[in-house]
Design a protein around this ligand. Structure first.
Ligand SMILES: [Zn+2]
Length: 272
């Protein structure tokens, strides 16, 4: 079973992510939280950014995180290859450890000026809607993959663990950016454990102290542990402005402008 899963890792990820994207696009129409109306071609641009990133990675890196984990397993290096826990325990511990690593990667993306230049392409979107979860600069995706390789090697994370986390991360990237209103008290309940759209929307606020908060990608635990949690946006979910002041013009939102954004000037870089 695990052999089949690993042999079809790329296809499984593609089908799951595609299916969740379509389901969330539909859910946004049926149960909108803010009723974001996309500007012309915006969704196509965001989806194109993810296709360009996938193409660039295919051309420059011959490895995926799962195939890298298989090479690590073959060489029997990393923590989990020494401790020999039962696999279900290792799976949960591996997912938690990988999520912690990605939380810190996200914090560094905001803290280190040249990393912020790559990551701000994601933050420059002026709408908060599911396709934003696909909009990352290809260089950020490459750096993130190299960082994941390092973490996988240190942990000795098994290929199946890495596949499970990759799928979770991709699904939560879509879910946490969706413009959907969760029914009843579900946002309050879910956010005790995982990132919800209302939780993550705060991270896309134009207000700097809110942008530099809620860095979690899957578990909300890390923002609670490391003091980076803001529960609600100060302007309220419906009126709040999304994006970055320097990149609001439509001319700065074209596909070429997004790809060149890391070398553009930000109006108020201040201490970032
Ligand atoms: Zn961010």
């Amino acid at each position: 079973m695990s052999g089949w899963l690993l042999g079809h890792a790329a296809m499984i990820r593609f089908i799951l992510v595609g299916g969740v994207l379509v389901a969330l696009l539909l859910a946004q129409r049926l149960w909108p939280r803010r009723g974001e109306v996309s500007t012309r071609w915006r969704r196509a641009r965001n989806i194109s950014m993810s296709l360009i990133a996938a193409g660039v990675i295919y051309l420059v890196l011959p490895l995926t995180a799962v195939s890298f984990a298989a090479a690590v397993e073959e060489r029997q290096i990393g923590l989990f290859n020494f401790v020999r826990w039962p696999y279900p325990v290792e799976l949960v511990a591996g997912i938690v450890a990988l999520d912690l690593a990605i939380y810190w990667q996200h914090r560094w993306m905001h803290r280190v000026p040249w990393l912020w230049r790559l990551h701000r392409v994601h933050h420059s979107d002026i709408q908060f809607e599911v396709t934003l979860g696909l909009r990352f600069h290809p260089l950020e995706i490459i750096l993130s993959l190299l960082y994941k390789f390092l973490v996988i090697a240190l942990l000795g994370a098994a290929p199946l663990t890495v596949l499970a986390y990759e799928v979770l991360l991709a699904v939560f990237s879509l879910f946490s950016h969706a413009d959907i209103a969760l029914p009843g008290g579900w946002d309050r309940r879910l956010r005790l454990l995982v990132i919800t759209p209302d939780w993550h929307r705060v991270h896309h606020s134009v207000h700097r102290e809110e942008t530099d908060s809620n860095y979690g990608n899957f578990l909300s635990l890390w923002d609670r542990c490391f003091g980076s949690r803001i529960e609600q946006p100060r302007d309220g979910h419906r009126p709040m402005l999304i994006g970055l002041d320097s990149f609001r013009d439509e001319a700065l939102q074209t596909l070429p402008a997004l790809l060149m954004n890391p070398v553009a000037r930000e109006r108020d870089p201040t201490v970032r």
